[in-house]
Design a binder for this molecule. Structure first.
Ligand code: NAD
Length: 344
């Protein structure tokens, strides 16, 4: 069976998820939405994705034809064609779409800008794929939470109990976003803990975690500074932690001193060098020489490409909701192989 997927909101995340879905041999894109005719429509047309309007309003639909785009209808027309809709609308906007999806009888996936309380279920492949099997809908957690899960879930599975303190050093805005700041300041999140760490507990409640967050004037990546308290008798040392992460998918470990990749700028340049579309890096990047176990404490840094680490997670979440792959590792392998073949 080919799973028919709609993308509602063809922006930063939506355009990437559309390509990742289109690369899979068990899924197809039946359409993507734009709110109005704008330059993003050209990309959808070039990719061959049928274009729909985010709204059912006849005037808004007609506006596409006036700008030379072939619009196939409104959101209700698109929902009538799909099995699952991936809502990639801006944060906190998506919840208004949930009733529409339920009325159309389609499965739905929201993104990390929406609240767990709205979806009542969240998703990260390495943490809770099984819990999401055959569910009506879910929320793929944010880029930061996804990054935390990738490295912390394997530690929890190995040690049985961990507690975590982390500081999220966040990019101020995405590269294509001219409306956000700060431009020349460091902006702390004046809420303690920030939502990031506790959000991880929506997919893995056994991890005890608190986080602080600051936004800094960069557009390219987030960096996490993480301290993990390991239980007595944990049996891990620095090399064993690195070996554990190397055995897991979607984590890249490189030595900063040896490679010269010592900042997020070089990490992004590396992603461009290896030919990733848009210079994306779906993997979490860990600096080998920034990892250290001292007694019962593990220290490390990791970098998150905010625009793309959640992209393959959406593909896995589709398989979970559709019940078409119950093994998270099998889904991850299938997803990642198909994406890399499409980019080759
Ligand atoms: P974006 O602003 O780049 O794209 C959103 C798209 O949705 C735009 O094309 C917009 O026109 C469209 N839209 C506006 N109103 C809509 C509506 N009512 N219904 C459907 N679509 C509508 O936003 P984004 O960065 O792609 O973020 C999408 C979601 O992904 C948010 O929940 C965000 O928190 C989450 N997310 C973003 C990032 C990131 O770094 N950009 C990372 C992880 C998760």
């Amino acid at each position: 069976m080919t799973i028919r997927v709609a993308i509602n909101g063809y922006g930063t995340i939506g355009k990437r998820v559309a390509d990742a879905v289109a690369a899979q041999n068990d899924m197809e894109i039946v359409g993507v939405t734009k709110t109005r005719p704008s330059f993003g429509c050209d990309l959808a047309v070039r990719k061959g994705y049928p274009l729909f309007c985010t709204f059912d309003d006849a005037d808004r639909i007609a506006a596409f034809a006036k700008s030379g785009y072939d619009c196939h209808g409104g959101i209700s027309d698109l929902l009538s064609l799909c099995d699952v809709v991936v809502d990639c609308s801006p944060g906190k906007v998506g919840s208004a779409n949930k009733d529409l999806y339920n009325m159309a009888g389609v499965k739905w996936i929201f993104q990390g800008g929406e609240k767990h309380e709205m979806t009542e279920l969240s998703y990260t492949s390495c943490a809770n794929h099984q819990q999401n099997l055959n569910a009506q809908g879910t929320r793929v957690v944010s880029c930061n939470t996804t990054g935390l899960a990738r490295t912390l879930v394997p530690l929890l599975e190995t040690c049985g109990d961990i507690s975590v303190e982390c500081t999220m050093i966040r990019r101020a805005a995405d590269p294509g976003d001219s409306s956000k700041g700060p431009i020349n300041a460091i902006k702390p999140v004046l809420k303690v803990p920030s939502h990031h760490g506790p959000d991880l507990m929506t997919v893995e409640p056994k991890i005890k975690i608190n986080s602080l967050a600051v936004a800094v004037p960069t557009t390219i990546m987030h960096t996490h500074a993480i301290t993990v308290t390991l239980p007595q008798g944990h049996g891990l040392d620095t090399e064993k932690v690195l070996a554990l992460w190397r055995s897991r998918p979607r984590i890249i470990i490189m030595n900063g001193a040896e490679t010269g990749i010592t900042t997020t700028a070089e990490v992004m340049e590396f992603a461009r060098d290896i030919g990733r579309t848009w210079g994306d890096l779906h993997e979490i990047f860990v600096w080998e020489d920034g990892v250290k176990v001292v007694d019962n404490t593990l220290y490390y840094f990791q970098a998150i490409h905010q625009e793309s680490d959640v992209v393959p997670e959406n593909v896995d979440a589709i398989r979970a909701l559709m019940g078409s792959e119950s093994d998270w590792l099998a889904s991850v392998e299938k997803t990642d192989n198909a994406i890399s073949q499409a980019q080759a």
